[in-house]
Design a protein. Structure first.
Lengths: 251, 403
């Protein structure tokens, strides 16, 4: 079963969208968006607070609580998770999984702590990958403002050893372009680790899901859903036509 | 009086005030004629009695009082007046290949059916991404004329501008203002279209009300006018190994040349609601424009502005030293006025990133100017005005952090 996930990048309780994680457009109150995606039959939601690392503060908890009142699909929340307490508070607000990027890059043992305390199933490693040359990606953090020399595949391997139970893999180069996923990146990671990989950055049309499903367990879509260029149903129909198993709408 | 003079450098206001709407302070310089500067003294951005800077006042006006449909008609009329159908260029667009110049040139060509010639004044030292972006612009279907100054002269002028004015960027600014009018005369194209009116960022309110750039920024009345480059009178440059004939691209034009050929210099930001972020989107959609592949630029949080010159970081850093306002503040002010961030966010961003030392190209910049690191810090520390800076232990800190 392959998953279709709506990704909402959040800034101070507003939905935003950029290109290459930059030049964020304010799209407004996130609630009509997540309600719509839920009605459309989305499998999961991912919220990333894009500025939590930047400002060292977050107002995500209220949004998470508001979402889980009306929406009953798994919700992953990330952005600004630095400590076990941060993770705990987000889970208590209603998140099902915690995505960690900056916090884990700076302090890898945070992965062990979260996985030990709450279980690997809720420890999602969020990775922002910047392509350097053919077959080589480096780890970035803080919404791709900061780059490291760490190799993406190495880092993910280490994180899975430490207990990460899922990978949210974002291609900075493809993000916001609607030009398709970075399938080379997906393949490199997918063939290395045996935890679920969710691919993010570049979704353009339903067929991109079909292509990605070979190298990912799920895809995250932002722009094309926010701008109503595609519906969940359209993607699922295309998937079924290509023999890819997806969750059927209960109705 | 002597005491006051020692307390405050660069002709800055003695008391530091931050705008209540954005985070600009009254120490921010406004645009002046660079080739008249004999020292680092500057004029500063205007502030009202209500503690609001002229720039924010301008944005409030811009967001409520301008009829953009009317401006669109004015732009159509302007293009109709200058458009040619005989194959010659009909508009000069000063262009670096950055997001803003791509927006202006590409839109004039495709939306307004003009035939633009983009004109580039080369940076001191191209970054890799800056060079690629220039080529992305050309590859998107735009003609380009690039003028690259004599490297020996440009280095010396950069050194002089750094040592005397603490502004290593001055030779670029001077040449950039002249290069489009020169091309206009040479190619007989009487319309020049700049992007953003600099007044939108840091000049007097009134300067925004006209679509035209004052020709005083690139011309003088007489060839006998006193000119200064890097703070040195033009007649003295021989002492630094620069011959008069090597100053062609730096010397301003003569007013009569401009007027007799009816050259008009317009700002696109008069006709269009200018937004760097929207320009980024436009450049991404229409050309291969790349944001900074290294992540955020040093000294700020942004990734898409001012990318093409290895000396850019020093341009902003020297501003931070002289005026207490660096690159992050520059970006944050713009983002506040465009409604992308709140003032509180801006304060956080500025305190986090402003004044971060641009180390990536530091050694190259020193080599370029031919000065030692010790000399560099001597110039920098001397430029710290005592009313802005204090030393605690071995490190300097601003007396008035952004708040």
């Amino acid at each position: 079963m392959k998953r279709i996930i709506a990704r909402l990048d959040i800034k101070l309780n507003k939905l935003i969208k950029g290109i290459h994680l930059e030049g964020w457009r304010l799209l407004g109150d996130p609630s009509p968006f997540f309600l719509d995606y839920y009605k459309q039959g989305i499998d999961e939601l991912i919220y990333i607070d894009a500025v939590a690392s930047l400002y060292s503060r977050s107002s995500m908890k209220e949004l998470v609580a508001a979402t889980t009142r009306d929406v009953f699909v798994p919700l992953t929340v990330g952005g600004g998770i630095r400590t076990l307490e941060d993770a705990y508070e987000m889970l208590r607000s209603g998140a099902d999984k915690i995505a960690v990027n900056t916090g884990a890059v700076k302090n890898p043992s945070l992965i062990d702590e979260i996985a030990t305390k709450f279980g690997s199933q809720c420890m999602v490693l969020s990775v922002q990958a910047k392509r350097r040359r053919q077959g080589e990606w480096k780890v970035c953090y803080d919404s791709a403002r900061e780059q490291t020399e760490r190799d993406v595949v190495d880092w993910i391997t280490e994180a899975v050893d430490r207990g990460a139970g899922e990978i949210l893999l974002t291609s900075i180069d493809q993000d916001g372009t609607a030009k398709g996923f970075d399938l080379d990146l997906a393949r490199s990671v997918f063939e290395t680790v045996d935890v679920p990989v969710v691919l993010s950055g570049g979704f353009g049309e339903a067929d991109d899901f079909v292509k990605a499903s070979k190298f990912a367990d799920g895809i995250a879509i932002a722009r094309q859903l926010h701008f109503k260029k595609v519906t969940v149903d359209e993607i699922k129909r295309q998937a079924r036509m290509n023999g890819i198993k997806v969750r059927l709408d209960e109705s | 009086m002597e005491k006051v003079a020692k307390q405050v450098l660069h002709g800055l206001p003695k008391q530091v005030i931050f705008c209540k709407k954005c985070v600009i302070s009254n120490q921010r310089p406004s645009t002046q004629r660079e080739f008249k500067k004999q020292n680092s003294d500057i004029d500063t951005v205007g502030f009202g009695d209500d503690g609001i800077c002229d720039t924010c006042r301008w944005f409030e006006y811009k967001n409520t009082k301008i009829d953009w449909n009317q401006r669109e008609k004015e732009l159509m009329d302007l293009c109709n007046r200058f458009r040619r159908s005989d194959g010659r260029f009909d508009v000069i667009v000063p262009a670096s290949g950055g997001k803003d110049s791509i927006y202006v040139a590409y839109m004039l060509k495709h939306t307004y059916n003009m035939n633009p010639l983009t004109v580039t004044w080369a940076p001191h030292m191209y970054t890799n991404v800056g060079w690629r972006n220039l080529n992305h612009m050309i590859d998107s279907g735009l003609d380009n004329l690039k003028v690259t100054p004599n490297g020996k002269v440009h280095r010396m002028l950069t050194k002089l501008a750094f040592e005397n004015l603490v502004n290593p960027f001055q030779p670029f600014i001077i040449g950039q203002k002249n290069v489009a009018p020169r091309a206009a005369l040479q190619y007989d194209v009487p319309l020049i279209m700049y992007g953003e009116n600099q007044a939108e960022a840091h000049n007097r309110f009134e300067e925004n009300l006209s679509p035209l750039m004052d020709i005083k920024h690139f011309s003088v009345k007489s060839s006998e006018d006193d000119l200064y480059f890097g703070g040195i009178h033009v007649s003295e440059l021989g002492k630094y190994g620069i011959q008069d004939k090597e100053m062609f691209y730096y010397k301003p034009l003569l007013e009569d040349q401009i007027r007799s050929r009816n050259v008009e210099v317009h700002y696109f930001s008069y006709y269009k609601n200018w937004s760097p972020q929207e320009n980024y989107y436009y450049a991404k959609e229409n050309t291969g424009f790349e944001s900074n592949p290294d992540g955020r630029s040093e000294g700020t949080y942004s990734k898409f502005a001012s990318l093409d010159d290895r000396i850019d970081g020093q341009h902003y850093y020297t501003m931070f030293i002289k005026f207490g306002q660096g690159r992050a503040m520059n970006d944050a002010n713009r983002d506040i006025r465009d409604g992308f961030i709140s003032r509180e966010e801006a304060v956080d961003l500025v305190n986090k990133y402003d004044g971060e030392f641009p180390k990536m190209y530091f050694q190259e910049v020193l080599e370029y100017m031919g000065i030692s690191e010790a000399r560099y810090w001597e110039v920098i520390d001397k430029a710290r005005s005592p009313h802005l800076w204090e030393k605690s232990g071995d490190s300097w800190r601003l007396k008035y952090p952004t708040c």
